[in-house]
Design a protein around this ligand. Structure first.
Ligand SMILES: Nc1ncnc2c1ncn2[C@@H]1O[C@H](COP(=O)(O)OP(=O)(O)OP(=O)(O)O)[C@@H](O)[C@H]1O
Length: 273
């Protein structure tokens, strides 16, 4: 198993319950999209899967170990095998793009190699290759604070591709991208999963992108898993119930540009809801 959550609950320090009785597991190499309305608990779930948040209840197993029973060094080693693409990548503004990408492997390098890589980027070819997959190779030596939000988001994706983790978590990885780039970027994440066998879990607001790129869809609402189904089994009624209070089904593309797979499961268009 790549991960397994059993009856996981999470209550934030202010008393707010963000996850309730979440049971979810994935085999190595699976691709899951997590969808659901704002505040459903998608980010919180990904943070639990990244060993960044400790569940208040239940049991989490990540890459076959129980993270919260590990000591500091072993926990750091586990986290180094988990890649995260953040909605707004936590990249120091003055960092060069090349260094930001190479920092994807900091966790697996010795302190000496990590420091030396920050001062004198060594694997420039590797960074270039990762950036070329998100059409950012021409910005290799730019400073990150000279990039737009969407460009920075693609640098974050390149960093995760360069890291080659065993479990890749992507929290709204294409939220700042136009439809064409969003599609191409998800294609790269999927290609990485197919070529390396990394398990990919992405939270997505755009339902059409989730249905197009992911074989398994997890619908969350109010901190709970409402459904966990193969994409072909996801019905318009399930989506309508999931987004009941939203008014319209969130999509990246225009209704006329519905992807083949979404059309195949007859996803209701926003103007039909
Ligand atoms: N650090 C925190 N402290 C207290 N409450 C929090 C914290 N982080 C998130 N929450 C609350 O937990 C709930 C779930 O938040 P979460 O960010 O996981 O949802 P989400 O589905 O990712 O939402 P969105 O789609 O808007 O990003 C929300 O009600 C949120 O306000």
């Amino acid at each position: 198993m790549s991960f397994s959550l059993a009856a996981v609950g999470l209550v934030h320090p202010n008393g707010h319950r963000a996850l309730q009785d979440v049971t979810l597991a994935a085999r190595a190499g699976e691709r899951l999209a997590v969808i659901g309305p704002s505040g459903a608990g998608k980010t919180t779930l990904l943070r639990v899967l990244g060993a960044a948040l400790r569940p208040s209840e239940g049991m989490a197993t990540l890459l076959d170990v129980a993270p919260w029973q590990l000591g500091g060094p072993a926990l750091r080693k586990l986290r180094a095998q988990i890649g995260t693409v953040h909605q707004s990548p936590p990249i120091a503004p003055r960092l060069r793009v090349v260094t930001a990408v190479l920092s994807g492997r900091l966790g697996e390098w010795s302190a000496v190699r990590a420091l030396s890589s920050l001062l004198h980027p060594s694997d420039i070819a590797g960074a270039h290759e990762a950036l070329s997959r998100v059409a950012m190779e021409d910005r290799l030596f730019d400073r990150c604070d000279r990039l737009s939000g969407g460009q920075l988001q693609r640098v974050g994706v390149a960093r995760a591709l360069y890291q080659r983790p065993r479990l890749l978590l992507a929290d709204e990885p294409v939220s700042a991208l136009d439809p064409t780039l969003a599609d191409a970027t998800l294609q790269q994440l999927v290609a990485q999963s197919e070529s390396t066998g990394v398990t990919l879990v992405a939270s997505l607001h755009a339902v059409d992108l989730a249905l197009r790129w992911f074989p398994r869809i997890v619908g969350m609402r109010d901190g709970q898993v409402m459904f966990d189904a193969p994409v072909g089994d996801v019905t318009p009624q399930m989506l309508t119930a999931l987004y009941a209070s939203e008014g319209a089904l969130p999509m990246q593309g225009t209704p006329d540009a519905l992807p083949v797979r979404a059309a195949a499961v007859a996803v209701p268009r926003p103007d039909c809801l």
